[in-house]
Design a protein around this ligand. Structure first.
Ligand code: PMP
Length: 411
């Protein structure tokens, strides 16, 4: 495992990620699709393998040794997550399948408790479909109105509209921390404060934030915060819903089943205490333990060092790509994080993505599950390079060379 150093030793860090050694189409893999999912450190892979080889059993219900060991590891993982983004209590940490699952849980429970006919839910024009569709479904079911904070031409939220949009009718505000399609870091503190002034609850989609800088949910004072383990160098199929304990205590359960109950008779059920009230069925035990291993790994590097290095990398990539003739860059906000969306005049994004793959370069093309953003810019999609702390300036130079070669053919 990498030990913390003052110098950011990217060469050494890369040795921790076995997949970075592989070749794609005869070239060294250059992985710039970190917004979609991140690659996995050996420390996490070892932990998952060790769990299945040495510890595998079900949690919470067993008196036998393996079950007790697995339960301890699972609950230790919850504590690791709590500490990572400074929640007050492990009762506030719910293991889910991922961001999408967490937002659906939030919409269902908050909706049932707080949203009635004529009420309003506020989201933004830059949301991922995961943070649009569950609210549309809720609004339709409850007869509520869904409103959007619009985007400015500078790819930022139009905060001047907040006073008009957040009123006594607003019950829930749900907003992305960092946009996956534009890279914008939103001023969520401003939105949270305004929403709380009318008593609305605030949900944050942290899917593209938590892996890039230190998040402190108590300082933010958000009511809920959602993220996916697989974007935080952890396993697939695990995610987090953070919710303030007094809020989660008031909310109804989401899914019914084993583990979330206190007592079941044929007539009725009483529910378990937090966090188990929201973890029906056998949880993703290995996912939680693997996620904790990834967080331990990230802590060994330090989120501040990661943030600093990734900002430097993004700045370098913008400077290099802006110099290529005909580039249209969509990330224009004052504060941006690790995401570089662009197009070239007269070139279809998908074709360019296919060409880059021939150079072993993985980027994402398309609408990035943000069709309203694409509609705002009147485009079908973009090419998105998204960076991690294991990427290098040399890889960005190779991207520039590959783009120039591809454009010479495609134009
Ligand atoms: N929100 C944002 C901003 C995202 O980038 C993503 C993943 N692309 C999601 C939500 C959904 O995450 P998941 O598919 O892991 O549930």
């Amino acid at each position: 495992m990498t030990t913390p150093t003052k110098e950011f030793d990217v060469k050494k860090i890369r040795e921790d990620f076995p997949i970075l050694n592989r070749q794609v189409n005869g070239k060294n893999l250059i992985y710039f699709d970190n917004g979609a999912t991140t690659q996995k450190p050996q420390a996490m892979l070892d932990k998952v393998s060790e769990y299945y080889s040495n510890l595998n059993s079900n949690v919470h219900r067993g008196v036998h040794t393996l079950s007790q060991l697995a339960t301890t590891e699972y609950e230790n993982a919850r504590e690791t997550v709590r500490k990572f983004f400074n929640a007050k209590s492990t009762n506030e940490i719910i293991f889910t399948k991922g961001t999408t699952d967490s937002i659906n849980l939030a919409a269902y429970t908050l909706g049932k408790k707080f949203v009635n006919e004529g009420d309003e839910i506020l989201i933004t024009e830059m949301e991922h479909h995961s943070n649009i569709v569950p609210w549309q479904m809720l609004a339709e079911e409850r007869g509520a109105k869904l409103k959007y904070i619009p985007l400015t031409d500078a790819a930022e939220l139009d905060y001047s509209k907040l006073d008009e949009l957040i009123t006594e009718k607003t019950k829930i505000v749900s907003i992305v921390h960092v946009s996956n399609s534009l890279g914008t870091l939103n001023d969520i503190e401003k939105v949270i404060e305004k929403a709380h002034s009318v008593g609305a609850k605030v949900v944050i989609d942290g899917a593209q934030a938590i892996q890039h800088f230190a998040v402190d949910v108590q300082r933010l004072d958000c009511d809920m915060y959602c993220f996916s383990g697989h974007k935080l160098y952890g396993p697939l199929g695990i995610g987090i819903l953070y919710g303030k304990e007094d809020l989660l205590d008031q909310l109804p359960p989401y899914q019914g089943g084993g583990e979330m109950i206190s007592e079941v008779t044929m007539e009725k059920t009483t529910y378990n205490t937090l966090p188990y009230k929201y973890e029906a069925g056998t949880p993703n035990i290995v996912g939680a333990i693997g996620l904790a291993a990834s967080i331990d790994y990230l802590n060994s590097i330090g989120m501040e060092a990661i943030n600093h290095y990734e900002d430097e990398l993004l700045g370098y990539s913008e400077q290099k790509l802006d110099a290529i003739e005909g580039i249209i860059r969509y990330s224009k906000a004052k504060v941006r994080k690790s995401i570089l969306p662009f197009n070239f005049e007269g070139v279809y994004h998908y074709d360019l993505g296919l060409f880059l793959d021939k150079f072993g370069i993985a980027v994402r093309t398309g609408h990035h599950c943000c069709q309203p953003v694409m509609q705002r810019y009147d485009i079908q999609g973009t090419i998105r390079a998204s960076f991690s702390f294991y990427n290098t300036k040399e890889e960005i130079d190779e991207l520039v060379t590959a783009l120039e070669k591809s454009l010479a053919v495609l134009r």
